[in-house]
Design a protein around this ligand. Structure first.
Ligand SMILES: C[S@@+](CC[C@H](N)C(=O)[O-])C[C@H]1O[C@@H](n2cnc3c(N)ncnc32)[C@H](O)[C@@H]1O
Length: 294
């Protein structure tokens, strides 16, 4: 582990995997995109830390960006780097809830095909499918949002802070941290091509469209409460629990509030399921590990 490891005021070491622009600076934060307080690491590779290091590992809306086998390897790595008794918290879009909502919206649109019901049904199909199949950044969702022909309150209620920020923003939807997420190649080239319009023209002439699978934007799988339980238990983690956005066994969670909306109340990503597991200690740990390896 490098010299830059961060500790909380209590001396605990925390890890946030695939943090994007959402992190706490007392934590150790990893992503494909470097930023102040964020180190580069590709989660398809082993974690760059020794075993038994972290009091907690948090991983929000990232697992679904990995294939099932990459997800399995990551769960094993999380087990390895957690200290005994350490907590892992995984947050993903809840496949079960999205499917139930999709079926409800389908039924409503079929029985009463009003503009509102059809629009909500179409949004649910996007939630379920678009990020799994898109071949250009933003996919169909971005096209629909750009046209603004959408039910904004409904989408904000379902998808939370990210979309609320999009609807409230007059200019292009990009924060400083999000800008840091553009690819290094694009940043270097755009420095060379100083005039933005010229850069856009060049990009479209060269047909440069970042591949969402390569940049980590695309979804490669989805999870529900059972598949998450199986994933964590197969990696050797115990005490599986489905949590609420503001409830966690991570020490001092109230101070970090990583799943709370920046508006101050309610969840930041309401379409989520939050689950936790623990790395067992002593004999219990060895037994769980032996069982997981069978
Ligand atoms: C939907 S964002 C979630 C960001 C943040 N965790 C949150 O909850 O707001 C997915 C993040 O996973 C990162 N990511 C995707 N694939 C990755 C990989 N192979 N290695 C590291 N980070 C990855 C992306 O760069 C992006 O920041």
């Amino acid at each position: 582990m490098g010299a830059t490891v961060n500790r909380s005021p209590e001396g605990l070491i925390y890890l946030n995997l695939g943090c994007g622009s959402h992190f706490h600076k007392e934590w150790n934060n990893l992503d494909l995109f470097r930023h102040e307080h964020v180190e580069y690491h590709d989660l398809r590779q082993p974690l760059p830390y020794p075993a038994d290091t972290f009091a907690a590992v948090y991983c929000s809306h990232v697992l679904e960006h990995l294939t099932p086998s990459q997800g399995k390897s990551l769960a094993q790595e999380i087990y390895r780097v957690l200290a005994e008794g350490g907590v892992v918290r995984i947050v993903v879009p809840d496949l079960e809830e999205i499917c139930r909502e999709y079926l409800a919206r389908l039924a409503a649109a079929q029985s009463e095909p009003s503009e509102e019901n059809i629009s909500r049904y179409l949004w649910l199909t996007l939630e379920l499918l678009d990020q799994l199949v898109r071949d250009k950044p933003g996919g169909l969702m971005a096209e629909v949002l750009q046209r603004r022909q959408v039910d904004e309150p409904f989408i904000t209620e379902r998808c939370g802070d990210e979309f609320a920020a999009f609807f409230n923003r007059a200019g292009p939807p990009e924060s400083g941290a999000q800008a840091a997420q553009r690819s290094w190649a694009e940043k270097i080239i755009s420095k060379l091509v100083s005039h933005r319009a010229a850069w856009q023209a060049l990009k479209s002439r060269l047909k440069i469209t970042p591949d969402p699978r390569r940049t980590g934007e695309a979804h490669r799988w989805m999870y529900d409460r059972l598949s998450l339980r199986l994933l964590l238990e197969e990696a050797g983690l115990v005490d599986f629990a489905v949590k609420k956005f503001d409830d966690s066994d991570i020490p001092h969670w109230d101070r970090y509030n990583l799943d709370r909306s920046l508006a101050g109340h309610g969840p930041r990503k309401p379409d989520s399921i939050y689950v936790e597991g623990k790395k067992p200690s002593g004999v219990a740990g060895l037994k769980a590990l032996a069982k997981a390896k069978l």
